[in-house]
Ligand binder design. Structure first.
Ligand code: AMP
Ligand code: ZN
Length: 115
């Protein structure tokens, strides 16, 4: 499933360039354009759905694949001392791109605010 108007669908299709750090048939991981930490990567399942509330079973499998892969991506980025995952859901969370994505943040101590 793709949405021709979706930024992350276009990035997954290679129509918009990105700084890729990992790719397979299930997902793409690329550097956030406005990093909030020394390492800030977005892990994106290659299927268009906006939030977990709209996710079907097949898409849930893709998210599982993302979660299984993230420790390996983190290791490849040198995040041996830890990292934080954030998945914004909707307006109050500040979600701006409505294609589900997992923020992977690290590269410095992130502190204890916002969990
Ligand atoms: P969210 O606010 O959770 O929807 O996160 C969307 C993220 O996408 C933000 O952190 C943006 O900086 C990032 N972003 C927007 N456009 C691009 C782009 N073309 N390439 C990489 N990251 C982007
Ligand atoms: Zn999309």
């Amino acid at each position: 499933m793709t949405d021709p108007n979706c930024l992350f669908c276009k990035i997954c299709a290679g129509e918009i360039p990105s700084q890729k750090v990992y790719e397979d048939e299930h997902m793409l991981a690329f550097r956030d354009i406005n990093p909030q930490a020394p390492v800030h990567v977005l892990v994106v399942p290659k299927s268009h759905f906006a939030t977990l509330a709209e996710m079907n079973e097949e898409q849930a499998e893709l998210v599982k694949e993302c979660l299984v892969r993230i420790p390996h991506i983190a290791a490849s980025l040198g995040l041996a001392s830890g990292y934080r995952l954030i998945v914004n859901q909707g307006k109050d969370a500040g979600q701006t791109v409505f294609h589900l994505h997992i923020h992977l943040l690290g590269g410095k101590p992130l502190g204890e605010t916002i969990v």
